[in-house]
Design a protein around this ligand. Structure first.
Ligand SMILES: *[C@@H]1O[C@H](CO)[C@@H](O)[C@H](O)[C@H]1NC(C)=O
Ligand SMILES: *[C@@H]1O[C@H](CO)[C@@H](O)[C@H](O)[C@H]1NC(C)=O
Length: 483
């Protein structure tokens, strides 16, 4: 008789199980959760307990017999297929979006941000916010924004997200910044940023040998080494409200662009950084000069196989061959392709190019910071026009230009054959988002071409990487009324 009494039938209640998209029924008794985990032993106890209970009477048995069953029940699960309705697309594009009105930093009205992952986990990181003025006796806070586009992992970008801005602040506080009228001010400011970047990268990459040989426990060594195995670009913008200077430091191929309204009402796109890649002729010349006599360091737009010519981490492009071999053997570090000869490393550097641009407080303007994922399919001027359009007609009716014809059965080969443009085109402009960064994201991925946009979003890792990259965007507004 006792064996016919299954406890889960007796004092069942229904609980929502959080691990699934839709609630399913999980059934257990009140006492069930506090029991020891060893279900084997419990099963035996259960038999003994129920035998006793049969003698003691059913009522008492109901109240006292614990149940052991915490196993999820797999029946009644609804199959939850993601839809690509308009609302769902907006939710996906806005998942990481943020927007802040700014008070107390002269000139800055507001900033918006968004991020869309292609990799899982996303390899991009970002920071934004007020920072105390590095000047002595100055209460005017500055603003900082940064985008860190990681590659071969997220570990370097993650470290930069936590450490770069605080270290830059520390260094600037030690630099004399009171005399911006004096010659050399800009130079010493820029040097301070450059030094911070280089020293932080040294602390990641140059300490690796020491870490490797140290007697630290293995997990500690791995944690210290991983940011040197992966790599990351860094794009940092610092706004000084006292001088109205926007300082932009760029290591890698994330890009900063200023949009500035002209007297005739059009918007000008002014580059604040230049992509540092194996396609940049200045970078190619610099690298060849640093490694005289070595053939083919830069080939097909890549520096010994990597697209960027400057980056944090990436020990493979910075360590001597011997050290690399030992890193690979001892810590499973990633390796360079064996055809590449490492003769005179480092081949890439974290040293940034720093620009300082005076923001005219009388002119409406904004800047866009974004990882290369945005710029893959969008030019500087197109991005500036998109944000300007968003500013000036936030609820614009759909574009009157001829809609892009869609093949009846669309696939991604239509992009490579240019039947459907993979790049942004003006007639695909759609202005519907309240966040300027989401607006850029939506339009860069297809705009009003819903099948293209949804098709790109439906592609997920690891199949999405050729279709879209991780994208991180920040847009900050200066003297733009109405935002
Ligand atoms: C902002 O720009 C407008 C021109 O569009 C100008 O009239 C105004 O004075 C500017 N605001 C400030 C605070 O300089
Ligand atoms: C558009 O972006 C994708 C993904 O980043 C890239 O593969 C493609 O080449 C870009 N299109 C063009 C025409 O450059």
């Amino acid at each position: 008789m006792a064996l016919k009494m299954r406890p889960w039938r007796v004092v069942a209640r229904i609980k929502t199980h959080r691990g699934f998209g839709t609630p399913i029924q999980r059934i257990h008794t009140k006492q069930g959760l506090n029991l020891p985990r060893n279900t084997g032993t419990n099963a035996v106890n259960y038999t003994a307990a129920t035998a006793g209970a049969a003698l003691a009477g059913l009522g008492i048995w109901l109240l006292t017999t614990p149940t052991r069953d915490t196993v999820p029940v797999l029946e009644n699960q609804e199959v939850n297929t993601p839809d690509f309705s308009k609302d769902q697309i907006t939710r996906m594009l806005s998942k990481e979006a943020y927007s802040f009105p700014v008070n107390g930093v002269t000139g800055v009205n507001r900033y918006d941000g968004a991020q869309l992952a292609s990799n899982s986990p996303c390899e991009d990181r970002f920071v934004h916010g007020k920072v105390p003025s590095p000047r002595d006796n100055d209460d005017n806070p500055w603003m900082a924004w940064a985008v860190f586009d990681g590659h071969a992992g997220w570990q370097t970008a993650d470290l930069l997200e936590k450490q770069l801005v605080p270290l830059v602040q520390q260094r600037l506080r030690q630099t004399t910044l009171t005399s911006e009228q004096q010659s050399g001010y800009q130079e010493s400011f820029q040097n301070a940023i450059t030094k911070t970047f280089v020293e932080l990268d040294d602390s990641i990459v140059k300490t690796a040998q020491e870490t490797s040989l140290s007697s630290l426990p293995l997990p500690d060594k791995m944690q210290k080494l991983m940011p040197a195995f992966s790599g990351s670009c860094a794009l940092l913008a610092l706004y000084d409200p006292v001088t109205s200077n926007l300082h932009v430091a760029c290591t890698g191929d994330s890009r900063a662009v200023l949009g500035q309204k002209s007297a005739d009402g059009t918007w000008k796109a002014i580059p604040l950084s230049i992509d540092q890649t194996g396609s940049n002729t200045d970078e190619i010349a610099r690298i060849n000069q640093e490694h005289p006599g070595e053939q083919d360091i830069v080939k097909d737009g890549r520096v010994l196989g990597i697209m960027v010519s400057r980056a944090f981490g990436d020990g493979r492009w910075k360590w001597a061959q011997e050290l690399q071999n030992s890193m690979i053997e001892k810590y499973h570090a990633p390796a360079l392709r064996p055809t590449f000869k490492v003769q005179t490393p480092p081949y890439i550097t974290a040293e940034p190019v720093v620009t300082s641009t005076s923001i005219d407080p009388k002119t409406p303007s904004f800047f866009i910071l974004a990882s290369d994922g945005l710029w893959d399919n969008l030019s500087d001027q197109q991005a500036v026009n998109l944000v300007a359009g968003w500013l000036e007609k936030p609820h614009a009716p759909p574009s009157k230009l001829q809609p892009t014809p869609t093949p009846t059965a669309m696939d991604f080969s239509h992009l490579s054959k240019d039947v459907v443009s993979s790049k942004f085109t003006e007639e695909r402009t759609i202005t519907q988002d309240t966040n300027a960064a989401v607006h850029l994201l939506r339009n860069s991925l297809g705009g009003n071409h819903e099948e293209l946009l949804a098709g790109r979003l439906a592609a997920t890792t690891p199949f999405s990487r050729d279709i879209r990259d991780d994208v991180t965007i920040q847009v900050a507004f200066f003297n733009c009324s109405g935002v």
